[in-house]
Design a protein around this ligand. Structure first.
Ligand code: CA
Ligand code: CA
Length: 420
């Protein structure tokens, strides 16, 4: 298994560059859109853009396309686009080049859906969006009565059902991830009958084939695909009362279901702490996770304080990510699509919002990544793909003041900040 995943990773290293060159067209043009905003800053200048300018509701952490041009986020606001009257959260696409904001949790013609959508994710090439919705009116003639994953081609507008049901009764889809070319969609399904838990599945949108990963006495959640769709990671969290064995992070072949743990000691045993937050670089070579284990191999200076770890899937080497102050904990790691940069949060304890850093994993250079206009680190949350391919921009949500000019929402806003 190891060597097979490793070999796959080698073969797809070049994928992200090609994906970044695929410039999406259509669907973004809106000649007389009053919601357009132009940001007259020179490309490369460090600045922060509020995606939810003046919003009347909360927005969550966006995900970015590989080239950093497109951001997808969820918002409860009703005033980000005209005629949002469904009283439900929707998924929005922001073109950062034109400033145009578009609602994407709609039917193919752009018609509003009754229950909107959440948990949007965008493909690396910027053309496809997947999201979760309980709406029954997204596809004419198709009614899916459970919370389901939908796939949208932004160029043609086409909306397709991905899935919600793994053969059991009470299930609902939770989270989705899409490959760079839109072909593969991984998603998590939560179940209450016959027993509480969650599992992951992958749909091939070209053939329609659905691969179900085995259900265990765990919650398998937040699957994330590499850009070419050949590698998937996910988190297995213990579900009360099933607290044994402990949580784990997995790397899997999405189409065969074979998998292995990322959270292992040099002897191959399970780490002695808890693991979560599985991540994968877009090129599929590096996987990240957060763990409280002290026996994974690298020297650990904060004891059982959590650390982000990065595993090279080609060599199996594991590195620990320590804060600039190594007594602090680190968590919330997210790799750039090219795998060179890592965004992470360093904090002293659970009540400390901490500081977000960007580290160049090649030379160790580390800088504060998320600050307000005065340069002060601020509270922030991040989504699945908070960095573009080369970590030139970071996307996040925050309730902090003074992040960008203009009016902020009464709750959290979504932002994109240029890093270099
Ligand atoms: Ca809405
Ligand atoms: Ca530690």
């Amino acid at each position: 298994m190891r060597s097979r995943l490793g070999a796959t990773a080698v073969a797809v290293t070049a994928c992200v560059c090609a994906a970044a060159l695929l410039a999406p067209t259509g669907a973004q043009a809106a000649p007389h859109d009053p919601h357009r905003e132009h940001h007259g800053k020179k490309p490369g200048a460090r600045h922060t853009v509020r995606l939810s300018q003046g919003a009347d509701g909360a927005s969550d952490a966006p995900s970015l396309s590989a080239d950093g041009r497109y951001a997808v986020f969820t918002s409860s606001a009703s005033n980000l686009v005209p005629d949002d009257t469904n009283g439900a959260p929707d998924v929005f696409l922001r073109d950062l080049r034109t400033g145009h904001t578009q609602r994407v949790s709609t039917d193919a013609a752009g018609g509003q859906s009754g229950l909107g959508g959440t948990e949007g994710a965008i493909s690396a090439n910027g053309r496809y969006v997947v999201f979760v919705s309980a709406s029954t009116d997204l596809i004419p003639g198709e009614v899916h009565d459970k919370q389901s994953v939908y796939w949208r081609d932004l160029r043609t507008g086409e909306v397709r059902y991905v899935g919600n049901d793994l053969g059991n009764y009470l299930t609902w889809a939770l989270h989705a991830s899409v490959s760079a070319d839109g072909r593969y969609v991984a998603f998590a399904v939560s179940e209450t009958v016959p027993r509480p838990g969650a599992s992951v599945a992958v749909r091939d949108m070209r053939t329609g084939e659905l691969t179900k990963h085995p259900f265990t006495l765990h919650r398998a959640t937040r699957p994330l695909l590499s850009d070419d769709g050949s590698i998937m990671v996910y988190t297995n969290s213990s579900y009360w009362p099933y607290d044994n064995p402990a949580s784990d992070v997995k790397v899997a072949d999405p189409l065969t279901g074979t998998h292995r743990s990322l959270h292992t000691t040099p002897d191959g045993a399970r780490g002695n702490g808890r693991a979560s937050q599985a991540g994968i670089s877009g090129n599929g070579r590096y996987a990240s996770f957060t763990s409280t284990s002290t026996d994974l191999g690298p020297a650990d200076t904060n004891g059982d304080g959590s650390n982000v770890f990065v595993r090279d899937l080609r060599t199996d080497a594991l590195r620990i990510v320590e804060a600039p102050d190594p007594a602090l904990s680190t968590a919330d790691g997210a790799l750039s699509r090219d795998g060179r940069h890592l965004l992470f949060r360093a904090f002293a304890g659970t009540s400390d919002p901490g500081t977000w850093y960007l580290r160049d994993l090649r030379n160790g250079r580390t800088r504060v990544a998320i600050t307000d206009a005065a340069g002060t680190p601020v509270q922030a949350d991040t989504g699945d793909r908070p960095l573009d391919a080369r970590a030139r921009t970071v996307a996040f949500s925050s309730t902090a003041d003074n992040l960008a000019p203009g009016p902020r929402s009464p709750k959290a806003d979504a932002y994109v900040r240029r890093l270099r």
